[in-house]
Design a protein around this ligand. Structure first.
Ligand code: FES
Length: 176
């Protein structure tokens, strides 16, 4: 449609900055002509933004001709994808069977006491996001959480709070 050809006049152009368009175009060109690469594209976008901003999904749809419903379907089906921004530290608290049996709910409570966030929430200072996840694959250490790439096992409410405090302190010293 002619109205969509001048991108600066389209709604999408208003929502997505030129520099973001460039970033996404670079990702898209990596997968050009490769079938079934939607998941890889979304993974790359999430790596770039730490989540999948809705306007980037719309942009991909526009650029690739993939139906928005398909892109949104994939983005919401796989738990690896996040549609909301996350804090600097992503806490993935395991709620798999072994962790559950060994007290992951108590750890969840301890996190709430320390940070005042529940599953899916982010602290006001944007430092932490908590998400509950299924088995992290290290059940012998249960209960387990991962913070970014680091795994913390044999958790108790006390040591979980300590870990969070240490991260907070480090961050504060960094920012000081
Ligand atoms: S159940 Fe938590 S790591 Fe397997």
């Amino acid at each position: 449609m002619s109205c969509c050809q001048g991108k600066e006049n389209s709604g999408i152009a208003k929502e997505i900055l030129q520099e973001d368009q460039d970033k996404i175009n670079k990702i898209l060109s990596k997968y050009e002509g490769k079938k079934g690469s939607l998941i890889s594209i979304l993974q790359d976008i999430q790596e770039e933004y730490n989540y999948l901003p809705i306007e980037t999904l719309n942009y991909i749809s526009q650029e690739t001709g993939t139906k928005p419903a398909k892109i949104h379907g994939v983005a919401t089906f796989y738990t690896q994808f996040r549609l909301k921004p996350v804090g600097e530290n992503l806490i993935m608290l395991c709620q798999g069977t072994a962790c559950h049996v060994n007290g992951s709910k108590n750890i969840e409570e301890a996190i709430y006491e320390e940070l005042k966030i529940k599953d899916g929430e982010t602290t006001e200072d944007n430092l932490f996001t908590l998400i509950n996840v299924a088995c992290l694959g290290c059940c012998s250490l249960s209960p387990v959480m991962m913070i970014n790439d680091e795994t913390y096992g044999n958790l108790t409410p006390e040591n979980a709070k300590e870990i969070l405090k240490e991260i907070k302190d480090k961050q504060l010293t960094k920012g000081a």
